[in-house]
Design a protein around this ligand. Structure first.
Ligand code: ADP
Ligand code: MG
Length: 372
């Protein structure tokens, strides 16, 4: 290979890079970008504590603090529908990034929002209402909007929210800190957001407003958890500040997938107990409220939605055995539930159900997954 790098001292650009090969999933692609980004730099830049691969990047800040930064892209018809309330779309755009900051054990401070809008939307109050939702989440969670960018798109709405948070230096909680023997915990309850999404999708296909109301009545808590998720901002920050969590991730793709991400980054396995999984009460009760309709709309049982359904934006974290006694039952206004234990990598990731252990396949969300 000719070494153009030495001759021209320009960064080497290979046209036959690792990117040429088939991308099996979003996550394979990200790990290759991570590898290429590291190869492309001369040395680790000053101030970079952690780059690609966690819920957010960590940079050395001033005054004994670190900065934590995350970006999230939301695309119309992929991540949300235009039929949602614009204020809910704005609220959720910030909530998902706040959740990544919480998953680092950090406190969110600043945000930037970029928008791509088609002309027909530009001519309506949509954008103003979207900002109202975004700013109401900003006020609720104590962050300040400091910038962004705008452009026109041919058809679909696109949002990119960036949040910057901070921690005491060295306190950011990574996905990679879990060790065999640590206890595994989750905040809040699971499955409601995925159930809410399935209900809303089914409602979208119904022709009359009366039919939609009939389907959704009594199930508002499920749809609210899909359209206005609550990021566990205070709980995440306290887990970091009190050094309670050894590793953490937020549940955006689904418990089975996000547990696999945490285990992979930590080089460990896990054993969780099905009966301990905190299935969202409205999900368990919904069949009683609206029998038949509900089961048909969901096409899945409550435990499966809690295991594999995405977008609950709860926090999944691990705790060293010696710190488990310091962990309260509730933290930052949310209940903590112990799911199981971190195991050796050789044991894989398993779920015990009725006393029998089975392999827990990561079956949550992936934007580009091909069937294997
Ligand atoms: P999350 O679900 O927590 O937002 P993602 O799976 O989106 O996490 O991202 C995981 C990691 O990969 C993060 O560190 C993120 O910054 C990085 N990442 C995702 N997409 C890209 C991209 N296109 N280029 C560079 N880094 C990316
Ligand atoms: Mg995340």
């Amino acid at each position: 290979m000719r070494d153009e790098r030495k001759r021209t001292s320009r960064p080497h650009v290979s046209h036959h890079s690792a990117f040429d090969s088939f991308n099996n999933s979003e996550f394979d692609f990200i790990s290759r970008i991570k590898q290429r980004a590291e190869e492309a730099r001369a040395r680790k830049p000053d101030g970079l504590v952690h780059g690609i691969g966690d819920d957010a990047a960590v940079l050395t800040g001033r005054g004994g603090r670190d900065s934590v930064i995350t970006a999230d892209l939301l695309v119309e018809d992929i991540d949300f529908r235009r039929t949602s309330l614009p204020s809910n779309i704005g609220y959720k755009a910030l909530a998902v990034s706040l959740s990544d900051i919480a998953a680092m054990g950090a406190r969110p401070r600043w945000t930037l929002l970029s928008l791509g809008l088609p002309q027909d939307i530009w001519d309506t109050p949509f954008a103003a209402q979207l900002y109202e939702g975004f700013l109401s989440a900003a006020r609720e969670f104590g962050v300040t909007l400091i910038g962004g960018d705008m452009s026109r798109t041919p058809e679909r709405i696109v949002l990119d929210s960036i949040v910057i948070g901070e921690t005491v230096r060295g306190r950011a909680v990574l996905r990679s800190g879990a060790r065999a023997g640590d206890h595994i915990f989750v905040t809040g309850t699971l499955g409601a957001a995925a159930a809410g999404l399935r209900l809303l999708e089914r409602a979208d296909r119904l022709r009359t407003r009366a039919a939609r109301t009939r389907l959704l009545s009594g199930l508002e808590e499920l749809t609210r958890r899909q359209t206005q998720p609550t990021p566990r901002v205070e709980c995440g920050a306290l887990l970091g500040e009190r050094r309670l969590a050894s590793a953490m991730i937020d549940l955006s793709d689904g418990l089975s997938s996000d547990l696999a991400h945490l285990c992979e980054r930590s080089g460990v396995g896990a054993l969780i107990e099905a009966s301990r999984i905190p299935v969202a009460p409205p999900l368990k009760q919904a069949d009683a409220v609206n029998p038949g309709h509900f089961t048909r709309a969901l096409k899945d049982d409550a435990l499966n939605l809690a295991l594999h359904g995405g977008e609950d934006f709860e926090l999944l974290f691990t705790v060293r055995p010696r710190d488990a006694a310091r962990l309260p039952k509730r933290l930052g206004g949310v209940r903590l539930t112990r799911l199981g234990e971190v195991r050796d990598a050789s044991e894989g990731i398993k779920l015990t159900r009725d006393g029998r252990a089975e392999i827990l396949q990561p079956s949550g969300f992936d934007h580009f997954k091909h069937p294997r």
